[in-house]
Design a protein around this ligand. Structure first.
Ligand code: PNS
Length: 157
């Protein structure tokens, strides 16, 4: 089976992301998770190394998953990791709009294909943005993120 690349900001990593990784392992076998810089979200909460460490701790039970960080293009990360294609999770129609644009662009400029996976219905409402807001004001995010991320966020307050 080929390696697939799952790129994202993961700032922070949450249970919806973990679901996409678990689906990808089931369908494709080997998965490289790429914590990426998103130029449209410059003011993040954690740096790339911190995000990567939280993802590693959250996927420790999945031996076919590798976690890396990249600061360039997703298509270059796909090439560097020998990924056959990119996987992305879709929560809502809003996600589809932006993901479709990125998928077409990545295929047009580098021939890299993207496969969408529907997020588990019980997790579609989860977003990193609202987790950041909750964490900033000391809200409880334990139901939204894996335990290693919850512990790291609790440390902030
Ligand atoms: O989790 P996000 O913020 O939806 O992930 C978006 C991400 C990081 C995958 C996207 O911004 C990205 O691919 N960034 C790397 C730069 C890049 O390749 N830009 C061209 C996109 S067509």
């Amino acid at each position: 089976m080929s390696v697939v690349l799952y790129p994202g900001s993961f700032d922070p990593f949450h249970l919806g992301h973990l679901d996409v990784i678990e689906q990808s392992v089931e369908l494709f076998g080997n998965v490289t998770v790429a914590a990426m810089h998103n130029p449209t979200k410059p003011s993040g909460m954690f740096n790339l190394d911190e995000r990567m460490e939280m993802i590693k701790a959250s996927v420790a039970h999945l031996p076919t998953v590798t976690v890396r960080s990249f600061s360039g293009l997703a298509v270059d990360a796909a090439r560097d990791t020998n990924a056959g294609f990119i996987v992305k999770g879709l929560r809502t129609g809003g996600d589809f709009e932006i993901e479709q644009q990125m998928a077409h662009t990545n295929h047009a400029v580098a021939g890299v294909r993207t496969v969408y996976l529907p997020c588990k219905p019980s997790l579609v409402f989860i977003s990193s943005r609202f987790i950041r807001e909750l964490a900033k004001y000391g809200g409880d995010v334990a139901e939204l993120v894996p335990a290693p991320v919850a512990a790291r966020l609790a440390d902030l307050n």
